[in-house]
Design a protein around this ligand. Sequence first.
Ligand SMILES: Nc1nc2c(ncn2[C@@H]2O[C@H](COP(=O)(O)OP(=O)(O)OP(=O)(O)O)[C@@H](O)[C@H]2O)c(=O)[nH]1
Ligand SMILES: [Mg+2]
Ligand SMILES: [Zn+2]
Length: 289
Amino acid sequence: MEKVQSGYVIEFYSNSCLVRIIDADINCIAIKDVIVGDFVNIEIVQDSKQVKGIILSREPRISVLEKKDEIKTKAIAANVTHVGILVTPEPKTSTEFIDKWIVTAILSGITPFIINNKIDLNQDDNYQSKLNIYKNLDIKLIEISAKNKSNLDELIKYLESDCVVFVGNSGAGKSTLTTSITGKKIKTNVLSNNQGVHTTSISSLYETNKGTKIIDSPGVRDLPIAGWDKEEIIRGFSEIFLISKDCKFNDCNHINNEGCAVKAALNDGVISESRYNNFINFRDNNENE
Ligand SMILES: Nc1nc2c(ncn2[C@@H]2O[C@H](COP(=O)(O)OP(=O)(O)OP(=O)(O)O)[C@@H](O)[C@H]2O)c(=O)[nH]1
Ligand SMILES: [Mg+2]
Ligand SMILES: [Zn+2]
């Protein structure tokens, strides 16, 4: 075995990690600034008992998902290309949840898209109109049943060679979906049994035979919107950001300033009410999240 090899971190424990190299998974001592999804160079150390690795360096990242609060920023997953937001009728997904993830992804340089999961269940008019908000935006929407494995082809094709994080409320079907597309058994929770006991305690990266990487990390479960610069939030609402360029004043508050193009578009129904409300709330009240 070559002494120095490159690979990527597929599993992360508290002080060690597993690095996948061309023909093996090597246990390494975790070092600072390396997280699941990172590409690293390792040195193989072999004694009579075992093969281990020492991480020598990590490659620059194309993106990083971070958990930010007032005090610190913690990197959670590296080199993610897509955030797949699971939206379900049961448990109900709020537009706040959806928009929070769209904003987080866009501001992290990651492509967000929506997965309408559980299409085998009844999806009433209310639910359909929630989805319609997003159908009118420039954002991919894929309809599936993770449990029944319906329509997974479109999703698999969309994510070919990419690296995705699935996000959704507890019970939305993240583990079921990961199992369905990797063929590997991932622990699932039943809806009635989600009393705060989480199934995953380490970050893991799973792979499909189409070269798709799926990162599952407990760190992304309760990512707050706080921590982003107030001025940045609008960039996460692309359609609002675009229209805001037509506001009369550069420093328009988009609430009650004269000549506000955003308010005009809201009144004309061009911008949806829930998108507008979430934008204002995230921007102005996010210290409480
Ligand atoms: N009817 C239906 N049920 C589904 C579907 N996908 C998942 N479920 C069910 O929803 C429940 C929760 O699924 P999980 O995959 O454990 O959900 P999760 O998002 O991983 O939840 P946490 O790990 O708690 O965050 C399970 O009982 C699944 O069988 C679907 O497409 N249709
Ligand atoms: Mg799960
Ligand atoms: Zn304005």
